[in-house]
Structures are given as structure tokens and as C-alpha cells.
Write a protein that binds this ligand. Structure first.
Ligand code: FES
Length: 131
């Protein structure tokens, strides 16, 4: 069982568990969910950013911000279960901040955007147009 779980993408596991939880909630006629909202994919590539030492940043975790990769407050209306990831730059540096929102090393890109889950997914702009 643990070997099987180690081969599954964490996002797929989270999505599946959320879907099971929502199914069981609707069966019991409970309509309110306390589960976090899933992030949408803002970009399938990271953003190259110049950080300034000591400056405070809010990295967008929901994917809806129009100021990617940073927060513009969109999570308050589009992803209420999510909040920005706040951090302070330790030194002046050029970094690659995650655009897909599924990195395991927030806020930095860790290559997760290369996974099938991300490459085959719909971008936030496309999903916003459908809603
Ligand atoms: S852009 Fe998200 S891991 Fe690279």
C-alpha cells in the first residue's frame, strides 16, 4: 500500500480525498465544506523574479491573482480556503517562483510543473473564462 501511495501525485491524492469528502457530505445533506479550495494553475512555468533583501512578499497560492506570482487579494472571492504565502527575502537575489502553485517548496519552483498532472491541466485564465 505504501509503495502504491508513493507513486501517486500528492495533488491527485488530495483531489480524490476532497471529492470523497464532498460525496459523503452531500449524502448526509451537509452542504458546508471546511476543506480548503484547490489552487488553479496560473502558469505552467515559473516566474523569474528579482527579490530585494529584507522586503516582505506575498506569493499567490490560489492561482487567481492578476499580479502573478504575487497576491492581489483574489483568493478572498475566488478561493476562500486559501491564503497567500508570506515570506521575507534573506538577500538580494534572482529566483524562480512557482507559477503552477503545486510546488512542494513554496514559494520556489521545484520542477513539479513538469509533471503530467500540470502539463495536461487547464490554466487559470481558461478556467476563469468558463465560469
Ligand atoms: S512552476 Fe510550479 S513547480 Fe515549477
Amino acid at each position: 500500500m505504501s509503495i502504491l501511495l508513493s507513486k501517486l501525485h500528492p495533488t491527485w491524492i488530495r483531489s480524490t480525498l476532497n471529492s470523497w469528502a464532498m460525496t459523503s457530505m452531500s449524502c448526509s445533506k451537509v452542504m458546508h465544506s471546511t476543506l480548503p479550495t484547490e489552487a488553479v494553475i496560473a502558469s505552467k512555468k515559473p516566474y523569474k523574479v528579482e527579490l530585494i533583501s529584507g522586503k516582505r512578499y506575498s506569493w499567490c497560492t490560489c492561482g487567481h491573482s492578476k499580479k502573478q506570482p504575487f497576491c492581489d487579494g483574489s483568493h478572498k472571492t475566488k478561493a476562500q480556503g486559501l491564503a497567500p504565502h508570506r515570506f521575507v527575502a534573506e538577500k538580494d537575489s534572482t529566483v524562480w517562483l512557482c507559477g503552477c502553485k503545486y510546488t512542494n517548496n513554496r514559494p520556489f519552483c521545484d520542477g513539479t510543473h513538469k509533471s503530467e498532472f500540470i502539463t495536461s491541466a487547464t490554466l487559470a485564465e481558461e478556467s476563469d473564462l468558463k465560469s
